[in-house]
Design a protein around this ligand. Structure first.
Ligand code: ATP
Length: 735
């Protein structure tokens, strides 16, 4: 399957050099220092070798042709290996759908490296994976550098194990395992990140959940408020309507009653003029009383005047009497009859004459007689002249007064009569007045009652208006708090039969709900949305975490499976290699034996090994040899040739069990004696049946088994040149 090697600018191969490998064994021959090993290194290089040391360089620049006196240095070293990738049986050697696979690597002087697969740039990793899939491992077990054949013997048990794993083609599992481990690490990191995110949002989510809980409670309250408001408003509304209708009706009735009472009272006001009539009567009484008073007063005055005049008259008469006491007195007849007549007149009084009138009549009588006697009995001549006039005057005056008194007596009589009459009139009048007054009072009472009813109903209507306002206020408040639905209600036909206190309780409940809802806050659409988003995000993260956990688990399963497979195949491979190893060893040494065994970790005496074992966790590989006729068992005790033979036996054994597509052996045969060179060459031939072999050699026996021989020479220009040679020439070229 190895088709070609193309080298350009690599080490001593300044010019493009192409090696064709159409034979199963290709030998490269040439003098020392001509550049043969550079060919083997070109293979290593192209296959992705990272160790500069194994390519005998310090820096990647050392790999680029450094120039010579006659040739300028190159800026790029490039090596391409061309593989035949046509299907062998059912499968292609490389898992690529190309008949030819070209792996190319270049380095530049700046140290950068490039890989290409069939001309497309790829990563080293891609190359490594491709190679591992074709059993071309990275440990280079198939490229044995000059003097490095015994590397496998000198290596640590752990390195040996790696080498063996690689040779057994188990690197694919290793790669898969590493890939799975990388994925697992990434998955676990992702899971951690997701967990961290969840932890991060958890408090906020909890907070939001609490808010939403509050909102739910607020919503419950809102619904409760809506229900309460609907009931309250509907009942209040019907209550107000009913009450208003009632109050209005009552107001109308009261107004009507007040009006009719008023009208009735007005009709009595007309009769009020009748009142003036009764006033007149009363004033007639007053008038009569006043007249009587005046008459009595005047009579009193007259009586006093009369008394005084009579006193004076008596004194005058006394004085005259004292002057003349006469035995007889002459009295004109006419005077006597006048006296008799007047006395008779005075004594004629009505039957039930009141006392004062009687008294007045008596006084009048007495005065009359007194005047008569003073005039006719008590008279004196001595005073006659002067006193007579005085007596006369006094008598006249007394008579005049007496007449007046008499007249006043009559007047008094009349006045009394008038008074009685007036009082009787008033008394009659009073009798009808009381009835009217009673009626008026009744009407006034009715009117007052009606007016107070009017006032009460007006007050009630005002009160209802206030309640109405309050209802509107309540409605707008619940509207603001709980939305339009809360403020709407279906009007009721009739007021339910219940105590008003029930509605007052409803009102109190409504107020309480309003306050609680206010405290609970708004509808919180924002918070709800945020909560939904956060919940969705949390759910998403939870799902993601679950997915990650699942894939981590399946990755762990895969890793475990790969481990199982790896160790199974390793154990099987090891057994096969051991068989071949023993056989090859016996062939090369003409007897004896050698075997690989798993290192016993606990038995390990060397500390660093122990540490390594602990770190790797896999037992390394020990090599034990049993030389014929010798009791040498430790590898370090072997001669250089013996070591080379053992190494060759092991390398060939590994190649036999899991043949690599090609095997490059750089002077692996250098230390062999003639007999062994033959055995070596036989083994080469045997191996070439399964793998392509490229051997760098100075050994004639080896050369003799090659189908193609390349001679490498180096001229004075320091540039390696390649030429195809015949076997006969090859021996010469090699010298
Ligand atoms: P031997 O038979 O002694 O093992 P050989 O044929 O294997 O020799 P190599 O070791 O392949 O020879 O070649 C070594 C030669 O390559 C040296 O002459 C060295 O100067 C030359 N060389 C190595 N690196 C470069 C480089 N970067 N540029 C030019 N020449 C180089």
């Amino acid at each position: 399957m190895l088709k070609r090697l193309e080298i350009a600018g690599f080490k001593s191969f300044a010019k493009k050099t192409i090696l064709d490998f159409s034979s199963s064994v290709t030998a490269i021959v040439g003098p020392n220092g001509s550049g043969k090993s550079n060919v083997a290194e070109a293979f290593r290089f192209a296959l992705g070798e990272q160790s500069m040391k194994s390519m005998r360089g310090k820096r990647s620049e050392d790999l680029i042709f450094s120039g010579s006196l006659s040739s300028p240095r190159a800026n790029r070293a490039a090596v391409a290996i061309v593989f035949d990738n046509r299907p062998q049986g059912k499968t292609r050697p490389f898992k690529l759908e190309f008949d030819e696979v070209i792996i190319e690597r270049s380095v530049f002087r700046d140290g950068s490296s490039e890989y290409a697969l069939n001309g497309s740039k790829v990563r080293l990793r891609d190359v490594q994976e491709l190679l591992a899939g074709a059993n071309i491992g990275e440990t280079g077990h198939h490229i044995i550098s000059q003097g490095e054949a015994d590397r496998v013997l000198l290596a640590s048990p752990k390195e040996r194990r790696e080498l063996l794993e690689d040779a057994l083609g188990l690197k694919v599992f290793e790669f898969k395992k590493q890939e799975a481990e990388r994925k697992l690490t990434r998955t676990e990191e992702n899971a951690k990140e997701v967990e961290a995110l969840r932890r991060e949002i958890a408090p906020h989510l909890r907070f939001l959940a609490k808010q939403v809980e509050k909102l739910d409670r607020a919503e419950e309250l809102r619904q409760e408020l809506i229900g309460a408001a609907k009931t309250y408003c509907a009942i209040e509304d019907v209550y107000l309507r009913t009450e208003r209708a009632d109050a209005t009706k009552k107001l109308q009735a009261a107004t009507h009653r007040a009006e009719s009472a008023n009208t009735n009272l007005a009709s009595y006001d007309e009769q009020g003029e009748a009142d003036t009539e009764s006033a007149k009567r009363l004033s007639a009484v007053r008038e009569a009383e006043r007249t009587l008073d005046r008459v009595l007063r005047e009579r009193g005055e007259l009586a006093r005047e009369f008394g005084r005049v009579e006193g004076a008259l008596e004194a005058a008469i006394q004085r005259a009497k004292e002057a003349t006491e006469e035995e007889f007195v002459r009295v004109p007849r006419k005077e006597l009859s006048v006296l008799a007549h007047e006395a008779k007149m005075q004594a004629e009084l009505p039957e039930h004459t009141p006392a004062p009138a009687l008294h007045a009549a008596l006084v009048s009588l007495r005065n009359m007689f007194s005047t008569f006697f003073n005039r006719y009995v008590v008279s004196s001549d001595a005073y006659l002249q002067t006193d007579e006039r005085e007596q006369l005057a006094l008598t006249e005056k007394r008579d005049m007064l007496s007449a007046k008194v008499t007249a006043l007596g009559a007047e008094e009589e009349r006045a009394r009569h008038e008074l009685v009459k007036a009082r009787e009139a008033v008394a009659v009048e009073n009798e009808t007045g009381r009835e009217v007054k009673h009626k008026i009072l009744e009407l006034a009472g009715e009117k007052a009652q009606a007016e107070s009813d009017v006032a009460r109903q007006e007050g009630r209507l005002n009160e209802l208006a206030l309640l109405e306002e309050e209802l509107r206020r309540d409605q707008s408040e619940v509207l603001a708090l709980a939305g339009a639905e809360a403020a709407s209600f279906s009007p009721l036909e009739t007021l339910p039969v219940e105590d008003r206190r029930v509605q007052e309780d409803r009102k109190r409940n409504l107020e309480r709900l309003k306050i609680r809802l206010e405290e609970a806050g708004g509808t919180g659409e924002e918070v709800r949305r945020e909560h939904t988003e956060a919940t969705e995000r949390e759910a998403f993260l939870a799902r993601e975490l679950e997915d990650l956990t699942k894939s981590a688990a399946s990755l762990r399963d895969l890793i475990a499976e790969l481990d199982t497979e790896l160790s199974k195949q390793f154990v099987e491979g090891l057994a096969k290699v051991n068989t071949s190893f023993g056989e090859f060893f016996a062939i090369l040494f003409g007897g004896g034996g050698a075997r690989l065994s798993l290192e016993e970790l606990s038995a390990s005496s060397e500390e660093d090994e122990e540490q390594e074992s602990v770190v790797v966790g896999k037992p390394g590989i020990e090599v034990t040899v049993n030389l014929p006729k010798k009791r040498v068992q430790s590898l370090v005790q072997l001669s250089g040739g013996e070591r080379a033979l053992t190494s060759i036996a092991l390398i060939f054994a590994m190649s036999q069990v899991n043949p690599p597509p090609f095997l490059i052996l750089d002077e692996t045969d250098a230390a062999l004696d003639e007999a062994n060179s033959r055995r070596y060459a036989d083994m080469i031939e045997a191996l070439a049946k399964k793998s392509q072999l490229v051997v760098v050699t100075h050994n004639r026996e080896t050369m003799s088994r090659a189908g193609i021989l390349y001679g490498v020479t180096m001229g004075s220009d320091g540039i390696s040149k390649l030429l195809s040679v015949k076997f006969e020439d090859a021996v010469a070229v090699a010298k």
